[in-house]
Design a protein around this ligand. Structure first.
Ligand SMILES: [Zn+2]
Length: 408
């Protein structure tokens, strides 16, 4: 295996999570008895550029043709998008003459806030079913993967971006050099790129191994992303830390040639933080695997003892991270009776690998479980608000990551 950024041979394991199915391949009841493909879920770290990455077993075309993730089903995520739009509009003086392009625009959850301000937008979204929802909502969207070819095609049509953004997409790009090269092409001379991605430092510190899945080929530090952008003559001039997805970075990039923007203090702060963490020392990465095994044992300890005491445990949510967690820990209906999800696309289906059934949230009122295991722990506050009524019958919340915590 060679590094998808720098091309060097990769020999070092970050963590081996065993064999796992694709985490967004929900199973319909008709298919419960069919064979289900499992692939190695094994994260490596490149000792040259320190990019953490998985081998590519399944093409993005396969993963994203029909995608079950609709951003608009999360209230917290919508609020996050709205706040971002107001921030960048003010900071970069965006107006009716600006052009905004979002890569992996999903169902238009974010671009709708630019449209509300009458700022022209274009979304690029490969998943047909998701893109169709955006188009129906009136968000101009192209069904396509992004990279050099798409960027050149758009540029030939006279398109260029004052603001080019991509949230939680960088991880899903198999050819990262092609993707960033495309961004360089589509960006106006004084335009700005912003991208958000989960911060590798938070993943490792916070034990967030469940955010590793086949659909996410890469896991980033500022250290490595800066190298990748620099290789394509793009400068990171600012960065913010965000609480989303367990701790993310939002980077701001410009053309190397653009002299109109100075380097912000945040860049030095993140660099210092990562230096202290040991981001460019191989030893930093070598203990993670043991830490993950220990987290699994602690979660199983809790589940086994609760079930032995006759208590009922169900899940909340059917996110990708839940499927990594449940498959790695071997948690099936022997521990979780079922899970619930607000997304109607997932209701009536079964989780990949573990075949735990997915219902609508009302099922919880009917069955009154003792524990609700929150799989999308990054939204735990939102979930605990929505589901506060389980306390009426003494129900408690359980958060599995960074380690088992019970919230009465
Ligand atoms: Zn590398």
């Amino acid at each position: 295996m060679t590094c998808r950024f720098c091309g060097k041979k990769i020999l070092n394991t970050l963590v081996d999570l065993g064999m796992s199915p694709l985490c967004e391949s929900f199973i319909a009841s008709d298919d419960l008895n069919s064979m289900e493909p499992f692939y190695p879920l094994h994260a490596y770290v490149c000792e040259s550029c320190f990019l953490v990455q998985l081998d590519e077993f399944v093409s993005p075309e396969h993963i994203f043709t029909e995608y079950a993730y609709f951003s608009s089903y999360s209230d917290a995520w919508l609020k996050h998008a709205e706040k971002y739009v107001s921030l960048v509009v003010d900071r970069f003086g965006l107006n009716q003459n600006s052009h905004i392009v979002e890569v992996a625009s999903n169902d238009g959850y974010l671009l709708q806030y630019f449209i509300a301000r009458e700022i022209p937008v274009l979304g690029i979204e490969p998943a047909r079913n998701v893109a169709e929802v955006a188009i129906k909502k009136g968000v101009p969207t192209r069904m396509d993967f992004f990279g050099e070819t798409t960027a050149r095609r758009l540029a030939a049509e006279g398109m260029s971006a004052d603001l080019l953004l991509g949230n939680n997409v960088l991880a899903q790009v198999p050819d990262i050099n092609d993707f960033v090269k495309g961004m360089k092409i589509l960006l106006k001379p004084q335009g700005v790129i912003t991208m958000e991605f989960p911060h590798l430092v938070r993943l490792m510190e916070g034990n967030q191994f469940d955010t590793i899945y086949h659909e996410h080929f890469s896991y980033f530090s500022f250290y490595t992303v800066e190298k990748i952008f620099a290789a394509h003559k793009l400068t990171l001039f600012d960065v913010e830390e965000l609480p989303t997805h367990g701790g993310s970075l939002r980077i701001y990039a410009k053309h190397d040639e653009d002299q109109t923007k100075g380097l912000c203090q945040g860049v030095n702060e993140i660099k210092a933080q990562e230096e202290t963490f040991g981001i460019n020392r191989l030893a930093t990465y070598s203990d993670f695997g043991e830490q993950v095994k220990d987290t699994k044992r602690k979660l199983l300890d809790f589940l086994i003892s609760a079930r032995r005491q006759g208590q009922k445990i169900v899940g909340y949510g059917a996110p990708g991270k839940g499927n990594t967690l449940l498959n790695y820990c071997g948690i099936r209906t022997d521990f979780l009776d079922y899970t619930v999800d607000r997304n109607p696309y997932k209701q009536g289906k079964f989780l990949p690998g573990t075949h735990i059934p997915i219902f609508g949230p009302d099922r919880i009122k009917e069955t009154r479980p003792d524990y609700l295991l929150i799989l999308p722990w990054n939204f735990k506050d939102e979930v605990m608000d929505q589901m506060a009524y389980i306390r009426e019958w003494g129900g408690k919340f359980v958060v599995p990551i960074p380690e088992v915590r019970i919230y009465p």
